[in-house]
Design a protein around this ligand. Structure first.
Ligand code: XBP
Ligand code: MG
Length: 263
């Protein structure tokens, strides 16, 4: 296998388990939020989620759960809100799937370079997301090529949303790997907690919605994936992984080695 350090090497990086929303793509503010608002409008509702309100609503993972929490907060009875959230979410999913298929959602800067570097080194790619399978497939396919990802776990396979660890646990099971061989990359405190609870080391690459969240104890925090002309800043590096202005293969290898030694 290219980039392999030999099958006996116990601490090598075998795979990376990637989050989608906020991590591979900056999909929340100009993607999901816009799709929710279109669904409200089509349903004849006056509700609109502005950028700040949506940032607060992101505390609840999963679009349908988010709608339920919002309507609950507004005092809507349970039966009514469950039905409304289900209907709205189904339509929002169609709208967002169209947006993804049309190329309206873009990769975060530096993501394609990282995926290509990992692929060249024979590191396997997996996805663990709380998003819906209906749009995850078209989005990954349009931006990166779905065949790149050996394992894709969505809310269809792991219905307990992050911070529940089930999506990461399932990704590891499907890869057939120990947690130390497959660090995660996440953008949010819910994602980071999910990865940690499943035993994975985790790089947090924050975005505008998540940079103020409390990642105390995270393994590495960056403010972006970083590119040659736009290096990422390191916000925390407790294991002294020393990334070179970008999240790269060697940094992830060092994280896997640390994770193995931390046992
Ligand atoms: C992402 C989510 C998702 C999206 C919307 O969390 O919570 O629910 O906001 O997608 P993470 P759906 O990045 O931690 O996986 O509407 O399809 O649920
Ligand atoms: Mg995320």
């Amino acid at each position: 296998m290219p980039g392999s350090q030999g099958s006996e090497a116990p601490n090598r990086l075998e795979a990376v388990v990637l989050d989608v929303d906020g991590t591979l793509v900056d999909s929340e503010r100009d993607g999901h939020r816009v799709a929710f608002n279109r669904a409200f409008e089509e349903a004849g509702l006056d509700d609109r989620w502005d950028v700040d309100l949506y940032g607060r609503l992101l505390e609840v993972t999963g679009g349908e759960r988010r709608l339920n929490a919002y309507f609950e907060d507004r005092g809507m009875p349970e039966d009514e809100r469950r039905e409304l959230a289900g209907t709205l979410h189904a339509r929002k999913t169609e709208i967002f799937t169209d947006m993804a298929s049309r190329g309206e959602i873009e990769p975060r800067p530096g993501v394609i370079e990282l995926l290509e570097e990992l692929e060249r080194a024979g590191v396997r790619l997996a996805v663990a997301t709380t998003g819906s399978r209906q749009w995850v497939g078209p989005l990954l396919d349009r931006l990166f090529g779905l065949e790149r990802f050996e394992v894709v776990v969505t809310s269809a396979e792991a219905p307990e949303r992050k911070p529940d660890p089930s999506a990461h646990t399932m990704a590891l099971e499907r890869l057939g790997l120990a947690a130390s061989a497959a660090p995660a990359v996440e953008d949010s405190v819910n994602g980071w907690r999910a990865a940690k609870a499943a035993g994975l080391a985790c790089v947090v690459v924050v975005n505008d919605y998540t940079r103020e969240q409390d990642f105390d104890g995270a393994d590495l925090i960056l403010d972006g994936f970083g590119q040659a002309d736009a290096p990422a800043s390191v916000l925390a590096d407790p294991h002294k992984l020393d990334p070179p202005g970008r999240l790269d293969l060697e940094t992830l290898r060092r994280l896997a080695a640390w994770s193995h030694s931390a046992g």
